[in-house]
Design a protein around this ligand. Structure first.
Ligand code: NAP
Length: 806
C-alpha cells in the first residue's frame, strides 16, 4: 500500500512534469526540463567543489562529521541532463547519515557520448582508491541513468581486475538502452514521468551510433558475475520497471546477492522527493542500512569520528522489534538489529514445544500501537504470536534493518568518542552511539547436572529445543520439571506416549485458565465497532491489574489458594496424588500457572508423578531418590532457563573497562530496569526488576521504549553524545524498590529463580504496571548525566516532529 502523498504527487507529476517532458522535442529541450529541479540545502551539510581524477564534482558532507564509509554517487538524467546540484536532495540525505559523499559532474551526451560517462566514473573511483579509500569502505549508488552508470562502472572494475566497492545501491536504474523491455510500453500511461515511446531520445543522444546491446551501455545484457551485493529499488508503475526486475533475475543467476524491492505507486526516482513522500525516506533509509552493513559492518574503523550506526538493537523478540518500530517512526534511519538466529521472534521462535502458548491474554500481550482484532483465542499459541511479530516486521518494513546470524559477543564503550564498539561471535564489528539490549533473560536452556546422564541411551532434549524429528508415539517418556513449559506440553504428549513419568521437585500452584476461541462474530465486533478493541484491551488490562493486588497484599492470596485447591480436587481423585500436587508455599511466591488440561493429564493411567527426587540416570531410565528405576526411552527437560549471569556470554564493558557481568556479581541492579550507572548510552529492555507475575511484559517493554526515545530526544536536542544514569539516582531507586518488595508475596520465603543467591528479588516489579508507566512517562533530568565527546556529533536523526522537544 502506498501513501496518499505518493499517489497525490504521482498524479500531479503526470499532469505537469510528464507533459512538459513529453513535449520536449530534443535532448536539449528535455535537459532544460530535467535541470529545473531545485532543492534547498539543509544548513547542517556542506558542499565542497573538488576535482577527482580530472573530473569535477563535489564532496557532500555533514557538518557534524562523517563516518568511515565513502559513497560515490552517480546522478541520473538520461546521460544527457542533470548534475550533482539537481540530486542534492539524495546526496545530502546520505551525508546526514554519516557517509562522505562524492558526486562527479561527469560528462554528458550528446556533447560527450558513450562511453565518456563511464570513463569519468572510473577515473573518479581510481582517484578515490589512490587517495587512500579502502575499497571495503567504499560504496557506489546511482539513480536512473546513474544506476546504469554505476553498474557499468562495476563491470569495468571487474574486467580491469580493480578492487570492487563493498556494495551498490541502484534506484530505478536505466539498464537497457534498447527500449525493448515490456514495461517500457506497458507502463507508459501509468508512469508518472516518462512516456515509453520517448525513451529512445536518451539512447540516441548517449549512444551516438553505438550498438544499444553493448554490455557497458546496457548492463542488463552483460555477464554479471563477480559483482558486489546490489540493492535495487524501483516503482511498479515505472516504464523502467523491467530494467530492474530483469537485471535482478540475471544478477541472481550469476550468483550476485540482490535485494530487489518493487514499490507500488511511486514516481520515477521518488527518493529525490523524500522530504515530501514517506516512501522516499523509507527507500533511502533502507539503502543506508544496506550500504553500511556491507561496508561498515565488517571491521569497525577505530579512527572514524562518527559511529557507523546511530543505534544497534540486540534481538528481534517483542522488545527489540518494538524499539525498532519506534526508532523508525521517530525518523532514525541509521539503526541495525542484530539477530543471532536466521528468523525473528525471540522466545516465540525458540520455543516450539507442543502446546506452547502465552499465559497472558493476547489482547494485552501485543503492542498497544499495533493491535490485532482477530486473535483466534484469548490466550494464543506460539505460531500465532510468531505470525503477529512477522506481521509487525512487514508492516513497519523492518526487514532491511535486520542482520541475521549476527550474535553479539561484546560491546565496549569508548569513553573518548562516546560510542559503543560492538563485536559479533563471528568476528564482525561496528560502532554505534546507542546500544539497546533486547536479548531477554530466558533464552539459555538450563540443563540439570544429573549423575549418569551420559550413560542414557535414549533421546534427550529440552523444551526450548524440542526435537520434532523424534516421534514420541508409544515411547516411555520421562519429563523433568513442572514449570510453565512442562504444564503446557505434558497434556499434549500424554495421550501419545506409552508411559509418562513426571519428575516433580516442587509442585506449582495451577489455576484454571479462562481460555477459549474468539469467534468470528466477536472478532468482527472488535475490528469494526469503533473503540471496541481499545475498550476490550482496557478491560483485560484492568482485570490483570486487579489480580496484581494479591501479589502486593499477600493476605488476599487466600482466595487464589482456595481456587488452586479446588482445581486439584476437581480433577484428581487419588488422595495420594492430590497430596503430591498440593504446594506447601504461599501461592504467587513462584509464578502462578494457568491450565485446564494439566491435572486431567496427570490423572491418566499412563502418567505417574514422582516426587522423590532423582538419584541417578541409568542406560534405560531414571532411578529416583528411593532407588526405584523408571524405564524411559526419552528424557525431556522442562527445567527452565539459566538466569544467573543473565547477560553471559555477552560482555558489556562500560566505563573503566568494567564488564557488567562482573559489576552485577555483587548484585544485579539497574535504574527502572533500563539503564545502569557506568554504562552510558546502553538501554536494557526488560532488564532487572521489570518482570511481572500478573500482567503483560510487553506493556513494560513499551514503557521502557518510550522512555528511551525521550532520552534520545533530550540527547539530540542538547547536542549531547552520551546519557548515563547517576549512581546515586540508581541507588535511591533500588533502595525504595527493595523496601516495597518486602511487603509483597515474593518475600514470603519460597525459593524461586526470581531471587538471586542472596535471596534478593532482582527479577520482578513490585507494584502495578500503571505505577511503572507513571514513573517512566517523564525523564527526570536530575537523575541523568549528559556528556559531549570532543568534536563528536550527537544522534543523526533528521529532526522529524517526533524527535523535537521533550
Ligand atoms: P521454570 O518455570 O523455571 O520451571 C522449571 C521447572 O524445572 C521447575 O518445576 C523446577 O523445579 C524444575 N527443575 C529445575 N531444575 C531441576 C532439577 N535439577 N531437578 C528437578 N526439577 C528441576 O521453567 P519453564 O517452565 O521453562 O518456564 C520458564 C519461564 O518461562 C517461566 O517462569 C515463564 O516466565 C516463562 N514461560 C512463560 C510462558 C507463558 O505462557 N508466558 C510459558 C512457558 C514459559 P523447582 O520449582 O523446584 O525449581
Amino acid at each position: 500500500m502506498s501513501s496518499w502523498q505518493a499517489r497525490l504527487f504521482s498524479a500531479v507529476l503526470r499532469k505537469t512534469f510528464k507533459r512538459r517532458l513529453a513535449a520536449a522535442n530534443d535532448a536539449a529541450a528535455a535537459r532544460r526540463v530535467l535541470n529545473s529541479a531545485i532543492y534547498r540545502m539543509p544548513k547542517d551539510v556542506t558542499v565542497t567543489p573538488h576535482t577527482l581524477g580530472g573530473v569535477p564534482g563535489e564532496w557532500v558532507e555533514s557538518r557534524a562529521g562523517s563516518g568511515s564509509v565513502t559513497l560515490l554517487y552517480l546522478h541520473g538524467g538520461g546521460y544527457f541532463a542533470c548534475s550533482p546540484r539537481t540530486h542534492r536532495a539524495v546526496t545530502t540525505f546520505f551525508a546526514r547519515q554519516g557517509f562522505r559523499v562524492f558526486v562527479p559532474d561527469y560528462r554528458l551526451a550528446p556533447e560527450f557520448p558513450f562511453p565518456a560517462a563511464i570513463e569519468d566514473a572510473e577515473s573518479v573511483y581510481t582517484a578515490l582508491l589512490r587517495a587512500g579509500c579502502d575499497p571495503q569502505r567504499l560504496v557506489v549508488a546511482g539513480d536512473s541513468a546513474g544506476g546504469g552508470l554505476a553498474l557499468a562502472l562495476l563491470l569495468r572494475l571487474r574486467d580491469d581486475r580493480m578492487p570492487m566497492p563493498a556494495a551498490a545501491a541502484l534506484f530505478s536504474p536505466l539498464t537497457d538502452m534498447g527500449n525493448d523491455l515490456p514495461s517500457r510500453m506497458r507502463n507508459s500511461e501509468r508512469c508518472a514521468m516518462f512516456v515509453g515511446a520517448r525513451m529512445p531520445l536518451a539512447a540516441e543522444a548517449y549512444l551516438a551510433g553505438a550498438d544499444p546491446r553493448t554490455p557497458l551501455a546496457s548492463p542488463v545484457h552483460a555477464d554479471l558475475r563477480g559483482l558486489p551485493p546490489l540493492l535495487i529499488h524501483v516503482g511498479a508503475d515505472e516504464v523502467l520497471l523491467d530494467d530492474s526486475t530483469v537485471l535482478a533475475q540475471r544478477a541472481r543467476q550469476a550468483g550476485v546477492a540482490v535485494d530487489l524491492r518493487v514499490w507500488p505507486a511511486v514516481p520515477h526516482v521518488w527518493q529525490l522527493f523524500h522530504w515530501l513522500i514517506p516512501e522516499g525516506r523509507e527507500s533511502l533509509a533502507a539503502a543506508t542500512v544496506f550500504l553500511k552493513r556491507q561496508a561498515a559492518f565488517g571491521a569497525a574503523d577505530a579512527r572514524a569520528a562518527r559511529p557507523d550506526f546511530d543505534a544497534v538493537v540486540i534481538g528481534t523478540g517483542f522488545s527489540g522489534l518494538g524499539m525498532a518500530i519506534r526508532l523508525k517512526q521517530a525518523g532514525v534511519a541509521s539503526f541495525l538489529l542484530l539477530e543471532k538466529a536466521h528468523e525473528i521472534g525471540g522466545t516465540w521462535r525458540e520455543n516450539t514445544y507442543p502446546g506452547c502458548a502465552c499465559d497472558v491474554p493476547s489482547h494485552m500481550y501485543s503492542f498497544s500501537f499495533e493491535r490485532k482484532a482477530d486473535w483466534s483465542r484469548m490466550y494464543s499459541g506460539q505460531a500465532e504470536i510468531l505470525d503477529y511479530l512477522k506481521h509487525c516486521v512487514d508492516k513497519h518494513r523492518l526487514a532491511p534493518h535486520i542482520c541475521y546470524g549476527a550474535e553479539l559477543r561484546e560491546a565496549v564503550f569508548d569513553e573518548a568518542a562516546d560510542l559503543w564498539r560492538v563485536r559479533t561471535a563471528d568476528g564482525r564489528s561496528l560502532t554505534a552511539r546507542i546500544v539497546v539490549s533486547a536479548m531477554g533473560a530466558l533464552h539459555r536452556p538450563a540443563y540439570p547436572q544429573l549423575p549418569g546422564i551420559e550413560r542414557f541411551r535414549g533421546a534427550v532434549f529440552h523444551s526450548a529445543e524440542w526435537n520434532h524429528a523424534y516421534d514420541l508415539s508409544g515411547k516411555r517418556v520421562a519429563v523433568i520439571g513442572t514449570g510453565a513449559s512442562a504444564i503446557q506440553f505434558v497434556p499434549q504428549i500424554a495421550p501419545r506416549v506409552a508411559q509418562l513419568t513426571l519428575f516433580q521437585r516442587t509442585p506449582a500452584w495451577v489455576l484454571p485458565k479462562m481460555d477459549g476461541p474468539i469467534g468470528a462474530r466477536a472478532q468482527a465486533v472488535l475490528r469494526h465497532v469503533p473503540g471496541a478493541q481499545g475498550l476490550f484491551r482496557c478491560f483485560v488490562y484492568w482485570r490483570q491489574e486487579l489480580s496484581g493486588l494479591a501479589f502486593l497484599h499477600p493476605k488476599l492470596m487466600a482466595l487464589a489458594e482456595k481456587m488452586g485447591r479446588r482445581h486439584i480436587e476437581k480433577h484428581i481423585a487419588d488422595a495420594a496424588l492430590r497430596e503430591k500436587l498440593t504446594p506447601r508455599y504461599t501461592i504467587g511466591c513462584k509464578r502462578i500457572l494457568l491450565s485446564n488440561d494439566y491435572y486431567p493429564a496427570l490423572a491418566r493411567p499412563n502418567v505417574a508423578v514422582v516426587s522423590d527426587g532423582i538419584a541417578a540416570v541409568a542406560e534405560d531410565g531414571i532411578v529416583d531418590g528411593r532407588g526405584v528405576k523408571h524405564a524411559a526411552d526419552a528424557i525431556i527437560y522442562g527445567t527452565g532457563f539459566r538466569v544467573t549471569d543473565p547477560l553471559a556470554p555477552v560482555r558489556f564493558v562500560g566505563r573503566g573497562g568494567v564488564d557488567l557481568n562482573e559489576a552485577w556479581r555483587a548484585g544485579i541492579q539497574a535504574y527502572y530496569g533500563l539503564m545502569t550507572a557506568g554504562y552510558p548510552n546502553l538501554f536494557l529492555l526488560l532488564g532487572p526488576n521489570t518482570g511481572l507475575g500478573h500482567n503483560s511484559v510487553v506493556f513494560m517493554a513499551e514503557q521502557q521504549i518510550s522512555h528511551a526515545m525521550k532520552c534520545l530526544k533530550l540527547m539530540r536536542n542538547k547536542g549531547m553524545t552520551s546519557i548515563e544514569v547517576r549512581p546515586e539516582a540508581q541507588a535511591r531507586f533500588n533502595e525504595r524498590l527493595q523496601h516495597r518488595m518486602h511487603r509483597t508475596v515474593w518475600a514470603s520465603g519460597c525459593k524461586s529463580w526470581y531471587l538471586d543467591a542472596n535471596g534478593k528479588n532482582v527479577t520482578l516489579w513490585p507494584g502495578f504496571t500503571f505505577s511503572y508507566w507513571g514513573r517512566m512517562k517523564r525523564v527526570r533530568r536530575q537523575d541523568y548525566r549528559f556528556g559531549q565527546a570532543c568534536g563528536a556529533p550527537s544522534l543523526d536523526a533528521p529532526q522529524p516532529a517526533s524527535l523535537r522537544g521533550n
